[in-house]
Design a protein around this ligand. Structure first.
Ligand code: ATP
Length: 247
């Protein structure tokens, strides 16, 4: 069996009196791209927030690299090697591209020198040349796709072993959305980063993933190899736009 980097067991989460995740299990192995599919309100964002420490009202176990982190604060989880790019990116719109990137590495200083981090920022500019061209531009003036690249670049500067991406293609034109998902694949190839990806665009997500999970109203409905999940009639009709008629 492959080595797990993330093991989520029996997670239950609430908002006040309302339980929205009902005993969810999920596993991500080292080096994998795993996508988490599900319709609006299924609980995907809540599950990512439970994993990265942003959702506290939960029960169950989250193990990251073999250690229990269910009750470790989010800011400490980043330092252990997990980065989270939230839905709608949340970059600092009044800071420059360059300063946004420096912030991504802030918790690594002074242990890592400014010189080393500057070299890593250069590597991000090489990966995303458009960010290099616009390094003095304010984050808020970038296009949606460029902001997504900045959010991913910033997350990479925390040197993550596991990258959690919440709907990276949300609100982007189809071509740009495809480019962003291709970049996710390249990041895994170049940096060896393991990825857990939440996506509404099921077809594109399945195309770049090794395995997939399907969450349905707070319960895991399906899991398996991405190729098999994409052939499942329930997934095809609910998420891939195929219609199945009997007979
Ligand atoms: P989407 O694809 O629309 O972002 P999702 O699968 O990510 O959906 P969540 O955002 O995790 O789903 O929401 C799961 C459930 O929790 C939904 O019923 C939602 O209405 C509810 N919920 C989410 N955030 C809150 C909140 N802050 N307070 C109360 N209920 C919430």
């Amino acid at each position: 069996m492959k080595k797990a980097i993330l093991e989520v067991e029996n997670i239950t989460a609430r908002y006040g009196p309302v339980e929205v995740l009902h005993g969810v299990n999920l596993r991500v192995n080292e080096g994998e791209i795993v996508c988490l599919l599900g319709s609006n309100g299924a609980g995907k964002t809540t599950l990512l927030n439970c994993i990265c420490g942003l959702h506290e009202d939960k029960q169950g176990s989250v193990r990251f690299r073999g250690e229990e982190i269910a009750h470790v604060p989010a800011e400490l989880i980043v330092g252990r090697g997990m980065a989270h790019v939230p839905e709608r990116r949340q970059i600092f719109s009044t800071l420059t591209v360059e300063d946004n990137l420096w912030l991504g590495a802030s918790h690594r200083m002074p242990k890592t020198s400014r010189k080393e981090i500057a070299a890593e920022i250069e590597a991000v500019y090489q990966r995303f040349p458009i960010l290099g061209e616009r390094k003095w531009q304010l984050g808020g003036t970038l296009s949606g796709g460029q902001q997504q690249m900045l959010a991913i670049g910033r997350a990479l500067l925390s040197r993550p072993q596991l990258l959690l991406l919440d709907e990276p293609s949300l609100g982007l034109a189809p071509l740009i959305a495809r480019e962003i998902l291709q970049i996710v694949q390249e990041i895994r190839a170049e940096w060896g980063t393991t990825v857990l990806l939440v996506e509404q665009n099921a077809r594109a997500a399945l195309a770049i993933s090794d395995r997939a999970y399907v969450l349905n109203t707070g319960m895991m409905m399906l899991e398996g190899k991405a190729e098999e999940i994409s052939k499942d009639p329930r997934v095809q009709s609910a998420y891939l736009g195929y219609s199945h008629t009997a007979g």
